[in-house]
Ligand binder design. Structure first.
Ligand code: AMP
Ligand code: ZN
Length: 114
């Protein structure tokens, strides 16, 4: 069994509230939501952070954002607004080292973020 939490979710070894899935990516609700809508979008392939994507991963990166767009629409926040966040590394607050895009919506977000 993988030692990576999000690989375990991608492989069905750990439960998550799935929002969307296809051959390349998975979206599931964050277990500790910071907004009424808080969904994480991950590649199924293990990539530890944004730093670890390769030059030929441009299509996959685009697909992750397209999935965020779709998630926002399905969650009903596409028009009201939502924030997409990728925390990379310790100082940015990354705690799970399998890259993920946070999709946050359903409330007014502050700027600049903390
Ligand atoms: P980050 O701090 O950017 O690495 O975000 C990691 C996110 O993963 C946090 O928002 C956590 O609440 C979330 N998280 C951790 N474990 C799980 C889990 N088992 N299922 C869903 N979300 C999780
Ligand atoms: Zn992983």
């Amino acid at each position: 069994m993988s030692t990576c939490l999000f690989c375990q979710i991608a492989e069905g070894q750990l439960n998550a509230k799935k929002v969307f899935e296809d051959d390349r990516c998975l979206a599931f609700d964050d277990v500790n939501p910071q907004a009424p809508v808080h969904t994480l979008v991950i590649p199924k392939r293990h990539v530890s952070s944004l730093n670890e994507f390769q030059a030929n991963d441009t299509e996959l990166l685009g697909h992750l954002l397209q999935t965020c767009r779709q998630v926002a629409k399905e969650k009903g926040v596409a028009d009201s607004g939502y924030r997409t966040v990728i925390n990379t590394g310790h100082e940015a607050g990354q705690t799970v080292f399998h890259v993920h895009v946070h999709v946050l919506g359903g409330r007014t977000c502050q700027w600049p973020p903390g």
